[in-house]
Design a protein around this ligand. Structure first.
Ligand code: ATP
Length: 312
């Protein structure tokens, strides 16, 4: 099927964040500080960090839903605002954001409608996506009749409708049961593998980040800074379908590396410590497996990245 998928300009990064900071005026909250990250065309990059460290804010800045206070943002070489107008990406955020008065099928077809894709093509594409997300029998239902997880799957199908060259996803699988979640992870990799789309993905799950990503960007507690990048090589994409990659030793090692980086990011930062590790332009090939932003080894007490409990 020939869809009007958007192609990424050759050699141009999908996302380039340079020195991005964000201070919310309400309460003068510094959410982000000096974030420099590049997502190459076709690359899968996850953001992981403790609750409130600014992951969603960063994604919203890329999507031009928030203005950065400092630094610059480019999406396929364009300023964020231009990229939004040109619909350079598909979005699937925590809140499904579906239109209540449209059926499931009509929600999925919305981006295609906006781009004047003929009806027959729209129908065939939405049918394919609803089949993939296990929602075929709910095509004519309305969002209010679905569970939260099902609504989330509709939002994912909609984000994929135009086969965009970039997907911005904020915990898209958070509300799904474990089996559906694993299936959707596999489907997402299959689809992005087929379309060559880059993905900037927010998750709280270390195994999910490792399974999906070429690189995992680890952030500190608020104000969010990049404290490490773990090159994981997208094990889910390269895996032999007959092998349970999640049970393998190298998968376990990557999970341990991200966990360790998260814990290190929780250690207090002294004013003398060096600035956050620069990651701009790093690729899966040249990124170090773990790139902490300080030289000191992890020592002393901190907070557990995921539970918020104290760790020793
Ligand atoms: N509109 C806003 N006005 C003021 N402060 C905000 C606003 N949005 C977010 N914040 C603050 O910015 C910080 C980062 O929030 P954000 O939602 O980006 O974090 P997060 O890492 O995505 O969190 P979680 O993992 O819990 O979803 C938080 O301290 C939050 O309270």
């Amino acid at each position: 099927m020939e869809l009007n998928s958007v192609s990424s300009p050759a050699g141009v990064a999908a996302v380039e964040l340079d020195g991005v900071g964000k201070v919310y005026p309400a309460g003068a909250v510094t959410a982000l500080r000096d974030i420099t990250v590049t997502v190459a065309a076709g690359e899968f990059v996850s953001l992981i960090g403790p609750s409130g460290c600014g992951k969603s804010t960063l994604l919203r800045i890329v999507a031009d839903l928030e203005e950065p206070t400092s630094g610059t943002v480019a999406v396929h070489g364009k300023p964020a605002h231009r990229a939004r107008l040109d619909q350079e990406y598909g979005i699937a955020f925590q809140q499904a954001g579906l239109l209540d008065w449209r059926t499931v099928q009509e929600n999925v077809e919305l981006p295609l409608e906006l781009h004047k894709v003929p009806k027959r093509e729209r129908r065939s594409r939405s049918a394919e996506l609803l089949e993939m997300t296990g929602l075929a029998e709910f095509a004519r239902r309305f969002p209010g009749e679905l569970s939260g997880g099902m609504q989330q799957r509709v939002a994912i199908a909609r984000a994929l409708a135009r086969k965009p060259p970039l997907l911005l996803m904020d915990e898209p699988f958070g509300a799904l049961d474990e089996m559906t979640r694993e299936r959707m992870q596999g489907e997402l990799l299959r689809i992005t593998g087929e379309t060559g789309a880059a993905v900037l993905f927010v998750t709280h799950s270390i195994p999910e980040a490792v399974f999906l990503s070429d690189r995992v960007v680890v952030m500190s507690p608020r104000p969010g800074r990049v404290t490490a990048i773990v090159a994981t090589g997208s094990p889910g994409r390269t895996a032999d379908p007959d092998v349970d990659i999640r049970a393998g030793e190298s998968f376990f090692e990557s999970v341990a590396a991200v966990r360790e980086a998260l814990h290190r990011g929780h250690l207090p930062v002294s004013p003398e410590s060096s600035p956050a590790h620069r990651v701009s332009g790093e690729t899966p090939e040249n990124a170090s497996p773990v790139s902490p932003d300080r030289d000191e080894p992890a020592a002393g007490a901190g907070r557990d990245a995921l539970s918020g409990r104290d760790i020793r």
